[in-house]
Write a protein that binds this ligand. Structure first.
Ligand code: ADP
Ligand code: MG
Length: 454
């Protein structure tokens, strides 16, 4: 094996080494992923035991490290016959704020690594976009992070897949690691905990396990729903939580459902889960999704036109991870082809994720959605009734139909309540006026239109 401080190899030799390395990587990850993620990567030098890889943007580093940690080093070991650490360098002009952000992230990453805490350093309160659906959960998490052990204990956060539970729970950990010295933090999934319990029981090391968990100042346990049906783990967890609680140590739990819906859970553990505060993260609405997209785009330095943002926010229902996956794809595609991201490119690149089988929007369809929004029957909207509780929804439907469909005024009138074109014009004026006067009505209209827009 060559020494770590070896002379940097000459360029053409290095080029060949890298080509060979890429071959090995291609073997491992397959043609498609290779093309997308590894071909654009260049080996710019080998120095002081480090291989420096040039990448187009941060996405490459994140994707490679998340999906194939160790692969590049392993392939390089085969081709250079030496142990090299991999360092990434983004070959892009970096503005000072971005650099500062990077440094902050790196510092946190190092600190977490040195303490052996497996938290994603990117998951912070600062990067967590607040919206109606997560406001409460975020506030509660913030309170816990400011004064761990002193407010809600345990804090139990639940919500669907990709709603941001891990991000929020991790934010508490990162905040504490950033702000409190010598605080013993552990982030663990309930699956890992289960494995630890099984291992400890099998090897007669339950005392060690107890000692480890009871010395914590902050326990973050993700996805506790996985302890369903696992009696021994539940027993151990119950005693762990009790011990922590009694010594005023903070417990934070996440789950994809509330405690009462976790099946085969002992009563006392269920009640322990719910003894502090239980908060739900609800699915992000359109505006929140858009804000998340904008934040990610600016962080990752991707230029995403407004209409592409709208397209993603509308078409990805509630899983933010999926939303990010789409952005990553677009960014990769764009940096590979050198063409900017636009709507038609987005539709093509994402066609297997987001199906484009949208039915054309009809007046009938709009009427149904508006009726649903107002909790009324479509027949009532169609009927020639004049009462006010029918009139406003009917005008709303006419307004939206005129905005979003190519239907003629008389068509719209005929479909919605058998009216003539003059009624439709009148309705549109009424609604426009009401929107200008009434801010909350205006917001409601915005969100209704956004929901319906193809
Ligand atoms: P869960 O644990 O609920 O399945 P995650 O916390 O892993 O979801 O979130 C999935 C992805 O979406 C993560 O990359 C996370 O950063 C991102 N995400 C979710 N909610 C938000 C939010 N409100 N603001 C910013 N990013 C978010
Ligand atoms: Mg999660």
């Amino acid at each position: 094996m060559r020494g770590l401080g070896a002379e940097p190899p000459p360029i053409d030799k290095m080029q060949r080494t890298w080509e060979k390395t890429q071959e090995i990587i291609k073997e491992k990850v397959g043609e498609q992923f290779y093309e997308l993620w590894f071909r654009p990567v260049e080996l710019s030098g080998i120095k002081d035991g480090h291989a420096v890889l040039d990448i187009p943007n941060r996405f490459f580093k994140d994707w490679i490290e998340d999906n194939h940690p160790g692969l590049v080093a392993e392939a390089l070991r085969a081709t250079t016959n030496s142990e090299l650490k991999v360092r990434y360098r983004i070959v892009e002009r970096q503005d000072p704020t971005a650099k500062k952000q990077d440094n902050l992230l790196e510092t946190r990453r190092m600190r977490l690594a040195s303490k052996g805490i497996y938290l994603n350093p990117k998951y912070t309160f600062g990067s967590f976009v607040e919206g109606e659906g997560n406001k409460l959960a975020k506030a509660a998490a913030g309170r816990v992070a400011e004064a761990p052990g002193k407010s809600f204990n345990p804090l139990f956060v639940y919500g669907g897949v990709g709603f941001g539970k891990t991000h929020l729970v991790s934010s508490i950990g990162n905040h504490v690691v950033d702000h409190i010295r010598n605080f013993n933090v552990l982030y663990v999934s309930s699956e890992q905990f289960t494995n630890e319990v099984v291992h400890a029981v099998r090897h007669g090391k339950t005392d060690e396990l107890k000692a480890k968990y009871r010395s914590l100042d902050l326990l973050l346990m993700d996805d506790v729903q996985f302890i369903e049906n696992k009696a021994a783990t539940q027993e151990e967890l119950f005693h762990t939580l009790n011990a922590l609680y009694e010594s005023q140590k903070q417990i934070v739990l996440s789950s994809d459902r509330p405690p009462k819906e976790i099946k085969n859970l002992t009563d006392r553990l269920r009640s322990r889960f719910g003894m502090g505060l239980t908060v739900e993260i609800e699915p992000a609405d359109f505006e929140t999704k858009k804000a998340i997209i904008q934040q990610k785009a600016s962080f990752e330095r991707i230029v995403l036109p407004d209409e592409v943002q709208d397209f993603l926010a509308r078409r990805i229902k509630s899983n933010i991870r999926e939303l990010e996956g789409c952005m990553i794809r677009l960014a990769a595609h764009s940096s590979l082809t050198g063409s900017p991201i636009d709507l038609s490119m987005a539709k093509t690149v994402l066609k297997d994720i987001i199906s484009d089988d949208e039915k054309p929007l009809t007046v009938e369809g709009i009427m149904k959605s508006v009726a649903e929004h107002y909790g009324m029957k479509v027949q009532d909207m169609k009927a020639r009734k004049r009462s006010r509780d029918v009139a406003v929804p009917r005008q709303v439907a006419m307004f939206i139909a005129r905005e979003l469909t190519g239907a003629s005024l008389s068509e719209i009138g005929k479909t919605i309540g058998g009216k003539d074109h003059a009624t439709v014009i009148y309705a549109c004026k009424q609604i426009a006026g009401k929107r200008a006067r009434d801010e909350s009505f205006n917001r409601m209209m915005d969100s209704l239109v956004n929901k319906l827009k193809p």
